[in-house]
Design a protein around this ligand. Structure first.
Ligand code: GLA
Length: 375
């Protein structure tokens, strides 16, 4: 079912050094994460505009060494790339795509239709009234066609629709849904396909382990397929914490999505090591600062780190059990320092959610993947 259709850059031994300038021990045959999972799935990271602008920074260098795929953390979202109806601003997104091309990485477009970080003009006319269904359809078409066409031949696949379903399986009452109903999803997929028949098309959401949400997405994928529309994969964002998700349910979801005939990806992997405030990933759900919810400002205690590593190890073990359908794991950031979770859902916490720490060192559970096994 799955195809990994990119040529990966052969990395030299020198490029395998970790970003803290430490040298590999001669007797150890080190490899990168991308190399460790080559032939199984792509290994990606979300990149921000500052990393793109500073390609010699240690974080950018680390990303280039360790990952073979990138997604834009923010610069391809509607509010940035299409700030007003007649203006597209491809400046940051073009730089991001150039970065990926220069480094021979599989570039993922994120995201075309999402209620959040959507420019406000999208749903209102020049008098401030909500637009009709016909006008919104035209705007969706123009938006998708212009952006997808702009990156034709450069991008492996697009998150066409992001976060359409609530935890109870109902449709999120976004403006897209309010104005167009359920039809906005197949319509968006149709527009994306018409803009570029060669790119992969994905649907993406958080909390994809939840049974009601799982059922809703299985239905959506089956519906898209029964209409003859292209959908290549379901993206399970995989924003996690120390007490969620339930890994059995998470694995059941992989199997359920795969059973519809599409591939599955972990698209925004991170795992909070701090007390859970909110198990969702609604960017707008925030709380005020409380010291008790920021317990490790001076470093993660070993006892917590051990549990974190064991849980993240489980996530990779699950992926490795399903390499027939898992095509990509993307971490939502490169190092702990640049994770959105330092400021969400509470500003000013010190978080430890990513695969590399603030010194660009791999988290301990990765050690076994970073040493080449001779078998
Ligand atoms: C969601 C979105 C991402 C990002 C994260 C938080 O998961 O899909 O684009 O905004 O929230 O950074």
């Amino acid at each position: 079912m799955k195809t990994l259709n990119i040529t990966l850059l052969a990395l030299t031994a020198a490029t395998m050094l970790s970003c803290a300038n430490q040298k590999p021990k001669a007797e150890e045959q080190q490899q990168t994460l991308a190399q460790a999972f080559e032939g199984k799935f792509l290994m990606g990271a979300a990149i921000n505009q500052w990393q793109v602008a500073a390609p010699t920074s240690k974080e950018a260098q680390l990303a280039v060494r360790q990952f073979n795929s990138i997604v834009a953390e923010n610069c391809m979202k509607c509010e940035v790339i299409h700030p007003s109806e007649d203006r597209y601003d491809f400046t940051l997104a073009d730089e991001f795509v150039d970065f990926g091309e220069r480094n021979n990485m599989a570039i993922i477009g994120h995201c075309l239709i999402w209620h959040s970080q959507c420019a406000p003009w999208f749903f209102i006319d020049d008098k401030g009234n909500q637009v009709s269904a016909d006008v919104l359809k035209q705007r969706i078409k123009d938006h998708i066609t212009t952006i997808v066409s702009h990156y034709k031949g450069k991008i492996l696949g697009w998150d066409v629709v992001n976060e359409a379903i609530e935890g109870d399986g109902s449709y999120r009452k976004s403006k897209f849904y309010e104005i167009l109903g359920e039809e906005y999803i197949p319509y968006a997929f149709q527009c994306a396909y018409e803009a570029d028949t060669s790119i992969q098309l994905y649907i993406n959401d958080f909390g994809m382990n939840m049974p009601a949400k799982r059922e809703a997405y299985v239905k959506i994928v089956n519906d898209l397929k029964s209409r003859g529309l292209r959908i290549d994969a379901v993206g399970m964002q995989s924003h996690m914490g120390m007490d969620y998700p339930d890994f059995q349910e998470f694995e059941k979801s992989i199997e359920a999505y795969a059973a519809t005939g599409v591939n599955v990806m972990f698209t925004e992997l991170d795992m909070s090591a701090l007390p859970t405030i909110n198990i969702g990933a609604n960017v707008s759900d925030t709380v005020g600062y409380q010291q008790a919810l920021n317990p490790y400002p001076d470093g993660l205690p070993d006892s917590v780190s051990t549990i974190w590593n064991s849980r993240m190890d489980t996530v990779f073990a699950i992926a490795l059990r399903h390499t027939d359908v898992i095509t990509r794991i993307t971490a939502w950031g490169v190092t702990d320092a640049d994770s959105w979770k330092n400021d969400w859902p509470m500003r000013g916490r010190k978080e430890y959610p990513l695969l590399f720490d603030r010194d660009c060192q791999p988290k301990p559970f990765l050690a076994k993947y970073l040493i080449k096994q001779n078998n």
